[in-house]
Design a protein around this ligand. Structure first.
Ligand code: NAD
Ligand code: GLY
Length: 357
């Protein structure tokens, strides 16, 4: 079993990475205090894993089953979790357990931040994307029709339990979407890991367990290191958003759930690399290698048919805009990102015009 620690002083927590851990009796017991807990999951995941998780808990938890999809990551369904907690008379000692992908995890974490000004929560992520990214680091929230993840809070979990066996039921398109975030870590932080992925991404797509565990662990280590340095994204944490400003524009324009988050991030990353090259920071080989890796993972490398103005409209409400200035995460070199406003409108326009399908 691999354990990575997220080092945040008294709010530190472990990430357990272990096949079949979801079924392991009382694995989560040390992180559940008192005699109340609520599992939040969705209608797709509940029939697959809810019984196993319930059986592994020290007592039977209450359950909220949300509809499945990014389109339901909104205030209305967030409120459904709060209503259930109040109706079932949960106290501030309760523990929320997120069983699902990033949508369930982000909403459950936000409910844990808000309910009675904050209760404990545990992440049991069931997609590759949520295992390597969204379950770690404490960003929680919901979408607003005018912008993605616009409403939320920082709220760290008490523990993260990662069981790679859940990939057996995960649609391949979702596995691909998770690979976009895995590849991101190589691009922004670890050129050796990027090279390892070039050699092993195909094995991961074939669900080779050792390859999946190694990649999840390395991704979680990098995420934990970045979050420990900059929990509330004053600096280096923003690197984790490589490709996301472009990607969020794609997701919002197309309608949440049409393009998966990871798919939009892949296409957006190609746009961020194009601009990085225009600034003279990286050469074409980095772009070609990244495109080849995305293609192994069956990810899109070009955005959908959108106009430049459509991109710019959504990019203008990105959370990295400060005082009206758009800042983007770009690559200084393979393995090192930067957050910068040091590009001209003409350079950004050229990237948009060049990369739009
Ligand atoms: P998701 O939660 O929508 O899950 C993808 C799909 O797979 C859903 O239909 C889900 O029901 C299904 N599913 C999940 N696990 C399954 C399994 N084991 N077997 C079969 N089906 C399964 O999507 P996601 O990619 O996990 O997460 C995307 C969300 O995460 C977005 O809302 C994004 O904004 C958010 N996110 C948050 C952070 C963060 O730091 N908090 C980071 C990255 C992404
Ligand atoms: N997924 C970006 C972050 O956690 O900061």
């Amino acid at each position: 079993m691999a354990i990575t620690n997220v080092d945040l002083g008294e709010r530190s927590y472990p990430i357990f990475i272990e096949p079949a851990s979801l079924n392991q009796k009382d694995k989560l017991a040390p992180y559940i205090h008192g005699n109340q807990a609520m599992i939040v999951t969705n209608e797709t995941i509940a029939p697959l894993y809810l019984d196993a998780l319930q059986a592994a808990l020290p007592f039977t938890a209450d359950v909220v089953i949300l509809p499945d999809g990014e389109a339901y990551k909104d205030l209305e369904h967030f409120n459904q979790i709060l209503t259930a907690l109040i109706e079932k008379r949960h106290s501030r000692k309760t523990t929320l357990i997120a069983l699902g992908g990033g949508v369930v995890g982000d909403m459950t974490g936000f409910a844990a931040a808000a309910y009675q000004r904050g209760v404990n929560f545990i992440q049991v992520p069931t997609t590759l994307l949520s295992q390597v990214d969204s379950s770690v680091g404490g960003k929680t929230g919901v979408n607003h029709p005018l912008g993605k993840n616009m409403i939320g809070a920082f709220k760290q979990p008490q523990a993260v339990l990662i069981d790679p066996h859940v990939f057996r039921t995960l649609p391949e398109r979702e596995l691909s979407a998770g690979m976009a975030e895995v590849i991101k870590y190589g691009l922004i932080y670890d050129a050796d890991f990027f090279a390892w992925l070039e050699a092993n991404a195909a094995k991961m797509m074939a669900l080779d367990l050792d390859a999946c565990i190694y990649a999840i662990q390395r991704a979680c280590e990098i995420k934990a290191e970045v979050v420990a340095k900059d929990e509330t994204e004053q600096g280096i944490r923003a690197w984790l958003n490589l490709g996301h400003t472009f990607g969020h524009a794609i997701e919002a324009h197309m309608g949440y759930g049409q393009w998966l988050h990871g798919e939009a991030v892949a296409a957006g990353t190609m746009q961020a690399l194009d601009l990085s090259k225009r600034l003279g920071w990286i050469d074409q080989t980095v772009i070609d290698r990244t495109q080849a890796l995305f293609e192994i993972c069956k990810l899109p490398v070009k955005p959908p048919a959108m106009t430049r103005d459509e991109f710019l409209k959504y990019m203008a409400v990105d959370k990295k805009v400060i005082d009206g200035t758009l800042r983007l995460v770009l690559l200084e070199q393979l393995g090192k990102a930067t957050v910068t406003a040091d590009f001209s409108a003409a350079q950004l326009n050229a990237t948009l015009d060049e990369t739009i399908a």
